[in-house]
Design a protein around this ligand. Structure first.
Ligand SMILES: Cc1cc2nc3c(=O)[nH]c(=O)nc-3n(C[C@H](O)[C@H](O)[C@H](O)COP(=O)(O)OP(=O)(O)OC[C@H]3O[C@@H](n4cnc5c(N)ncnc54)[C@H](O)[C@@H]3O)c2cc1C
Length: 412
C-alpha cells in the first residue's frame, strides 16, 4: 500500500512532495499543477509578495525563484522588483517538472476511510489506497460570496476566482466588490481592458503597501521594522518566521491574529492603475442586489445610513476566501464530521495532523493553527518540513515494530 497521498499541486503540495521524494517515502501526488495561479488569478497581475518570499521549497533549496529567473533571463530582485504572475506560474510548472516529476494531473473526487488508512477515488475512475493523506487544496474550494449577493444568477455575478482572462469585459460596465488586493488588482486590470469599471468597498480608504524607498535602511530601521516574508515589522517577522511558536499561543489569540493580520491592501505598484482611473465608492456595503432588465442592480448603504443605487452589466465579488470544511465535499461525510474544528477550520496537531489520525492539512486551512503565513507561499517550507518529518517518524516507527514482530516470530 502507498504510504502517502498528497492532494493538491500548488506551492504547498509541491513543496511537501519534493521533501517526501528526498526522504524516500513512497507517495503519489494528485492535482492540476499551479491551478490557482494558472486559471484563477487575472492575467497581468503581479504578486504582492517580494521575490525572496515567493518560493516553492525543495529540501536542499536548489530551485528557488531566483535560480529560475536567472536561468530564464527574467529580471529578479529579493525586494523592489514585483514578481509577475506569469513568472511565478512558469516557475511553479518548472519546479513540478524538475522536483516532482511523479505529479498526476488528476482530481480527487472522494476520500474514505479504511481499516488501515484511506481510499481515494480519482476522476479517472482509479481508486488508490494510502496510509496517510496530506490535503494541500489551497483556496480551490473556499471562494466566499457575501450573503447579500448570493442570490444573483451566475450570468450577473461571479467571484474573482473565476477570472483569468478579462478580455470578455472589454467595453462593458462592471462593478467590482471588495477592498483587498484581489479587488484592487481586478479593478485596475479591467480598466486596462477599457471596461467601464467601478469599485465598491466597505473600507473608507484603500490601503497599499509602501513602495520601497530604494535607499539602504538604517540599522535602527532594520531593528524596529525588520524585513520578513510577510512584509516589514516585528509582528510580521514573528508570524513569518515562527509558525511553530505561534501554534502554542492560546486559541483565542491565534484566531484574532489571523483575522486581523495583513488586512486588505494592494501592492504599491497597483496604486497608479487604480487611483484617479477607477471610480471608487468607498465606505459602502451592499445591502441588496437584484437582477434588472440590463444587468445587475445594487443598493448600497454607508455607516451613516446614506444610500446609493448602482447598476452594471456584471458584478464581480472579489470578496476573498473563507476556509470551510463543509465545502470539501470530496471528503466522506464521516471523515468531515470526525475532524475537530473551530470556526469550520480544522484543529491541527503541532505536525499538521487533524483529529482523524493520518489526515493532514497544509496551507490556508492550517492558518488558525500556524498563523497568517499559511496563507502565503512563504509558509510552504515550514509546512513541508514539519509534515514530512512527522511522516518519516511514523513510517520509521512502523518499520521498527515490523522488525521486532518478525524477530519475535523468529525466536518463537
Ligand atoms: C488574487 C490572489 C493573489 C495572491 N497573491 C499572493 C502573493 O503575492 N504571494 C503569496 O504568497 N500568496 C498569494 N496568494 C495566496 C495564494 O493563494 C497562496 O499563497 C498559495 O496559492 C498557497 O498554495 P497552496 O498550494 O496551498 O494552494 P493553491 O495554490 O490554491 O493550490 C491548490 C491545489 O490543490 C488542487 N486541488 C484542490 N482540490 C483538489 C482535489 N479534490 N483533487 C486534486 N487536487 C485538488 C488544485 O488543483 C491546486 O493544484 C494570492 C491569492 C490570490 C487569490
Amino acid at each position: 500500500m502507498l504510504n502517502v497521498a498528497i492532494i493538491g499541486a500548488g506551492p504547498y503540495g509541491l513543496s511537501a512532495a519534493a521533501h517526501l521524494r528526498k526522504l524516500g517515502i513512497s507517495f503519489r501526488i494528485f492535482g492540476r499543477p499551479m491551478d490557482s495561479w494558472l486559471k484563477h488569478m487575472p492575467q497581468g497581475m503581479m504578486l504582492k509578495s517580494d521575490g525572496f518570499a515567493s518560493n516553492i521549497y525543495d529540501p536542499d533549496g536548489t530551485f528557488a525563484l531566483e535560480s529560475f529567473c536567472k536561468q530564464s533571463g527574467i529580471k529578479y530582485g529579493h525586494t523592489g522588483v514585483p514578481v509577475r504572475l506569469e513568472t511565478f506560474t512558469a516557475y511553479g510548472l518548472a519546479f513540478s517538472q524538475r522536483m516532482v516529476p511523479e505529479l498526476e494531473d488528476n482530481f480527487v473526487v472522494s476520500v474514505g476511510r479504511t481499516a488501515d488508512g484511506f481510499v481515494l477515488g480519482l476522476d479517472s475512475g482509479e481508486t488508490v489506497a494510502a496510509r496517510r493523506v496530506v490535503l494541500a487544496v489551497g483556496i480551490t474550494h473556499f471562494a466566499h460570496v457575501p450573503r447579500s449577493l448570493a442570490s444573483l444568477p451566475h450570468e450577473l455575478l461571479s467571484h474573482s476566482f473565476n477570472h483569468r482572462d478579462l478580455e470578455r469585459f472589454r467595453g462593458h460596465k462592471v462593478i467590482v466588490i471588495g477592498g483587498g488586493a484581489s479587488a484592487i488588482d481586478l479593478a485596475g486590470l479591467l480598466r486596462d481592458q477599457n471596461a467601464e469599471v467601478q469599485l465598491v468597498a466597505r473600507r473608507k480608504e484603500l490601503n497599499f503597501h509602501s513602495a520601497p524607498s530604494g535607499k539602504p535602511r538604517s540599522r535602527w530601521q532594520q531593528i524596529r521594522h525588520p524585513q520578513s516574508g510577510l512584509g516589514p515589522g516585528l509582528r510580521s517577522r514573528f508570524f513569518a518566521n515562527s509558525p511553530g511558536a505561534f501554534y502554542y499561543l492560546p486559541e483565542r489569540l491565534r484566531l484574532e491574529a489571523v483575522r486581523r493580520t495583513l488586512g486588505p491592501s494592494g501592492g504599491w505598484f497597483v496604486k497608479e492603475k487604480v487611483i484617479g482611473r477607477v471610480p471608487l465608492l468607498l465606505g459602502y456595503g451592499v445591502e441588496h442586489a437584484e437582477a434588472g432588465d440590463n444587468g445587475v442592480h445594487l443598493s448600497l448603504r454607508d455607516a451613516d445610513g446614506n444610500r446609493r443605487e448602482i447598476s452594471a452589466e456584471h458584478a464581480i465579488a472579489a470578496t476573498g476566501y473563507k476556509v470551510n470544511l463543509d465545502r470539501l465535499t470530496f471528503l466522506n461525510p464521516a471523515i468531515r464530521s470526525a475532524i475537530k474544528a473551530v470556526e469550520n477550520t480544522p484543529i491541527l496537531s503541532s505536525t499538521f495532523e487533524t483529529s482523524v489520525p493520518g489526515l493532514y492539512f497544509i496551507g490556508v486551512a492550517a492558518a488558525n493553527s500556524f498563523g497568517p503565513v499559511m496563507r502565503f507561499a512563504f509558509g510552504a517550507g515550514f509546512a513541508a518540513r514539519t509534515v514530512t518529518q512527522a511522516l518519516t517518524k511514523v513510517f520509521a516507527a512502523g518499520r521498527a515494530s515490523m522488525a521486532v514482530a518478525s524477530a519475535v516470530g523468529v525466536v518463537k
